[in-house]
Design a protein around this ligand. Structure first.
Ligand code: NAP
Ligand code: G4F
Length: 334
């Protein structure tokens, strides 16, 4: 019988890592996850994988570690000897990266160097996925953005991601390692962190309907993003590591919408016409430097990976509003 493939996922307790764990387990992988110590449980997104208690199954293993702790990374890689590493762990909030730029640089940027160096020493044949971001395009030099578009990051987060991107390219070119950058545009889901704008809106609407919240306080409503559906983006990330050669790919829907349009669509799904009564603009949520417009061109991914997004803007808003309403005990009709 062929040996199961082994994957190590950093950021397994986050949105993407948890969907990737679901995806790889369904494909028959043995999945290892790096989990950091937290004073409250941080495994809510993966509890379903082991029935709600912190127990391992025969195909699913958790390892305590931290992206700032090089020794923990070396030990985990040595113990698992993964065929593939999916590096999703990061301080991933752009606004907050202005408050904690140094730790963001370490966790979001330098951790890629630590992992690749650990792999180079311990397990150089392991394939490596770097969770690169459309935030690297920042003050975009070209519309739409593709693999060849120059970077112009606008936040400590974006700068850290540019460092990580070039580190992955360098380890590929210098040491022949199989390292790929997935340059993913915003992707959302019911598992999205509640302080990212789409989820803040959909949880807010659900709580308004449940009578638990009166208003939603937001920042810049004019920013435009290319929003896709997170589970589909994990399929793209996996496909990158199955190619004969490592490469970098933009993953996006090719549509862009303002935050205001997301608000309008989400309130429409919830059956509330007068959304302006529930939204207040609070300058606290503005950023010192904003990324005004992002829109991706995923032609290369379509041609080389056979990947295309199915869920677009309206369906995404519907999925998220319905899921958050359901959590509040409210079933919305289609
Ligand atoms: P997320 O939900 O914020 O998840 C981040 C993960 O990183 C969590 O599991 C978190 O652990 C972990 N983490 C943070 N600091 C750590 C540390 N010091 N040591 C170990 N683990 C640590 O992010 P996401 O939305 O899933 O995004 C996944 C990756 O893709 C990130 O690298 C993000 O920057 C990148 N990305 C995301 C998008 C998007 O639209 N979602 C687009 C492009 C790129 P806790 O659960 O303990 O906090
Ligand atoms: O939802 P956001 O916080 O996502 P942002 O900044 O685009 O970053 C996300 O996507 C990146 C990919 O491009 C990832 F790399 C990154 O890790 C993260 O997942 O904000 C989206 C837009 C921004 O323009 C922001 O200014 O929404 C605007 N916004 C308006 N009001 C708000 C709010 N953002 C947040 N988080 N909270 C608000 O109240």
């Amino acid at each position: 019988m062929a040996q199961k493939k082994k994957a190590l996922i950093t950021g397994i307790t986050g949105q993407d890592g948890s969907y990737m764990a679901d995806f790889l387990l369904a494909k028959g992988y043995e999945v290892h996850g790096l989990v950091r110590r937290s004073s409250s449980f941080n495994t809510g997104r993966i509890d379903h994988l082991y029935g709600g208690t912190v127990q391992e199954t025969k195909d699913f293993f958790m390892h305590y570690g931290d992206l700032t702790d090089t020794n923990s990374l070396i030990h985990i890689i040595d113990k698992c000897r993964p065929d593939e590493v999916y590096h999703f762990g990061a301080q991933s909030h752009v606004r907050i990266s202005f408050d904690i730029p140094e730790s963001t640089a370490q966790i979001t940027g330098v951790s890629t160097l630590k992992l690749l160096e650990a792999l180079r020493i311990v397990s150089p044949k392991t394939k490596f996925y770097q969770a690169s971001s459309s935030e690297m395009f920042g003050k975009a030099r070209e519309i739409p953005q593709k693999e060849t578009t120059p970077f112009y990051p606008r936040s400590p987060y974006g700068i850290a991601k540019v460092f990580a991107y070039w580190t992955a390219v360098n380890y590929r070119e210098a040491y022949g390692m199989f390292a790929c950058n997935g340059i993913l545009f915003n992707h959302e889901s019911p598992r999205r962190g509640e302080n990212f704008v789409t989820r803040k809106i959909t949880t807010g609407i659900a709580k308004i309907l449940a009578g638990k919240q009166k208003k939603i306080y937001l920042g810049n409503l004019d920013a435009k993003r290319d929003w896709g559906y997170a589970p589909e983006y994990m399929d793209a990330a996996w496909r990158m590591l199955q190619q004969p050669e490592p490469d970098d790919y933009v993953i996006a829907t090719g549509e862009t919408h303002t935050v205001r349009e997301f608000v309008e669509e989400a309130f429409r799904v919830a059956g509330i016409a007068d959304w302006k009564n529930y939204i207040e603009v609070d300058p606290r949520y503005y950023r010192p430097a904003e990324v005004d417009v992002l829109i991706g061109d995923a032609t290369k991914a379509k041609q080389k990976l056979g990947w295309e997004p199915k869920v677009k803007f309206k369906e995404l808003a519907e999925i998220m509003v319905k899921a958050d309403c359901k959590k509040q005990g409210i079933e919305l009709k289609s």
